[in-house]
Design a protein around this ligand. Structure first.
Ligand SMILES: [Zn+2]
Length: 125
């Protein structure tokens, strides 16, 4: 099933999660961009409990993010879900999701993506 402006695939981290990359051609793109921007200017977010990760395809292009970045975002968002993070975004949750995301990526031998999360943690300190 495909909607215009939306690319979807099963997460390479855990196929029980779907990744939806939303581009400006999608009907609800403006809402997606607005919500993600509100969420600390994020490129991606997870609908906790729904096993769906949403990413802003335009931001991915604007910022020149590659597949390692996408994997890092997937791992980070799945970590939020595994940790049961809900409600207000906060730095403790962000650090915990980065830490677990790094462990997951290391286990999967996805070194480049794990290193991106390590860099992100360093720069947030
Ligand atoms: Zn996060």
């Amino acid at each position: 099933m495909n909607a215009p402006g939306i690319v979807s695939f099963s997460s390479r981290i855990n196929p029980r999660f779907s990744v939806l990359i939303v581009y400006k051609e999608a009907l609800n793109y403006a809402i997606v961009r607005e919500k993600l921007t509100e969420l600390d200017n994020s490129v991606g977010a997870i609908l906790v409990g729904a096993n769906v990760i949403i990413m802003d395809g335009e931001r991915i292009q604007e910022e020149g993010l590659n597949d390692f970045h996408l994997l890092a975002i997937e791992a980070h968002e799945i970590a939020h879900d595994m940790l049961g993070h809900e409600g207000e975004r906060n730095q403790t949750h962000e650090d915990e999701a980065d830490e677990l995301g790094i462990k997951i990526l290391d286990l999967l031998k996805r070194k480049e993506a794990a290193d991106l999360l390590r860099e992100r943690m360093k720069s947030s300190r």
